[in-house]
Design a protein around this ligand. Structure first.
Ligand code: MG
Length: 385
């Protein structure tokens, strides 16, 4: 019986989901994603030990996530994923494993049949990975336009765990350092060795976006409550300036807006709406206008921070809606860019983001063109604890 080690790669800084917590430590059904992934491999009878490669800054997060599982010391990773895996392999080489399974920390649904299939294929090949045939038609893009349709025959999407005979993958990593290959099979391929494909599974997806997180929570059967909250903000027009920042987009105008930060009234209202959903105070408490640190700050940071707080509670954003209230500048020509920018900051699809505009029929301070107001509404789902 050969000795098999699972090496979970959890050293990434992937903050794409918003906020400061790397995605492998975000709560999924109340437990960090990494813990779910580690449990899958600990539970498999063919695996002798599970080790985790982490970012050196994440020691506390690691202890909180899996410190009680008896996995042993975490291994400090490197700058790139490839470096991290190599350092992980070097660290476990003292245990002289025969086989190693290299797993993404953000794939918490790897099923035992997939692990079995990878291990079985290693009897005949030095490497084996789970993969799925590409079902969608593939396009090569030139900016936002199609440059070509790419034949999909023979194309597969690679998943993990990627399994290898230990000596072969360690030698391949040692021979090919300093690249940024995104999977480990590539290294064995580069060394001219055979890597077998075994059937992957749609459920074995990698959590990358906020929508992946939602899908993961649904698969976990977590129950959620829905919360909505509003936000409101006003900024006064300044003397001079040639643009205003609105919903993350610079809009040309004959004066700017006054404010400590970039005065993005739309993103401020939306940040307050998100904070309201988790009863976490308001933007002024999180980013005091008296703090010189936030002078001129780009408000996408405030919004990403609020989104990160929602994620850290295991929640996700369902929908956001902003109404900008002003006579000028005209919002219509910029609405699409604003929607896209907010969707980007929040890792949401654009159909979950709404940007609207209205005037006040020349009444009141907005009607007199003294400033711009914005109101926002956010809806989030939070785990019912
Ligand atoms: Mg403000």
């Amino acid at each position: 019986m050969s000795k098999t080690i699972a090496l979970i790669v959890a050293a990434g800084r992937g903050h794409r989901l918003g906020g400061s917590l790397p995605k492998q430590y975000l709560p999924l059904a109340g437990q960090p994603v990494l813990r779910h992934t580690a449990m899958r491999f600990l539970a498999h009878p063919g695996i002798e030990a599970v080790r985790v490669v982490i970012h050196p800054d994440d020691r506390d997060l690691y202890n909180q996530a899996v410190g009680d599982l008896g996995l042993g010391e975490p291994i400090a990773g490197g700058v790139t994923r490839q470096d991290s895996v190599r350092l992980g392999l070097e660290a476990v080489s003292a245990d002289a494993p025969d086989l190693v399974l290299i797993q993404d920390a953000a794939r918490p649904f790897t099923n035992p049949m997939t692990i079995d299939a990878v291990l079985a294929a290693l009897k005949d090949h030095p490497g084996a990975i789970p993969a799925l045939p590409v079902a969608d038609t593939l396009k090569r893009a030139d900016g936002s336009r199609i440059a070509a349709t790419v034949p999909r025959d023979g194309l597969y999407r690679a998943q993990t765990p990627q399994g290898f005979r230990f000596a072969d993958i360690l030698a391949a990593h040692r021979a090919l350092t300093g690249h940024e290959l995104t999977d480990d099979a590539s290294l064995l391929e580069a060394a001219g060795r055979t890597v077998a494909l075994v059937p992957g599974s749609e459920g074995n997806f990698k959590i990358t976006t906020s929508e992946d997180m939602m899908r993961a929570e649904n698969l976990m059967g977590a129950t959620f409550e829905t919360r909505s909250a509003s936000g409101f903000d006003v900024h006064r027009f300044a003397e001079g300036g040639d643009h205003v920042m609105l919903c993350g987009i610079p809009v040309p105008h004959d004066s700017g807006l006054e404010g400590h930060s970039d005065a993005d009234v739309g993103l401020h209202a939306l940040t307050d709406a998100l904070l309201g959903c988790i009863a976490a105070g308001d933007i002024g408490q999180h980013f005091p206008p008296t703090d010189p640190h936030w002078k001129g700050a780009s408000s996408d940071r405030f919004l990403a921070h609020a989104a990160g707080l929602v994620m850290a509670k295991g929640g996700h954003i369902v929908h956001v809606d902003v109404t900008l209230i002003c006579e000028r500048p005209k919002i219509g020509p910029h609405r699409k860019a604003m929607t896209a920018r907010i969707a980007e900051i929040l890792s949401l699809s654009a159909d979950r983001v709404s940007v609207k505009a209205t005037t006040t029929e020349q009444l009141g301070f907005t009607g007199r063109r003294e400033g711009i107001a914005a109101q926002a509404m956010a809806t989030v789902e939070l785990p019912r604890i």
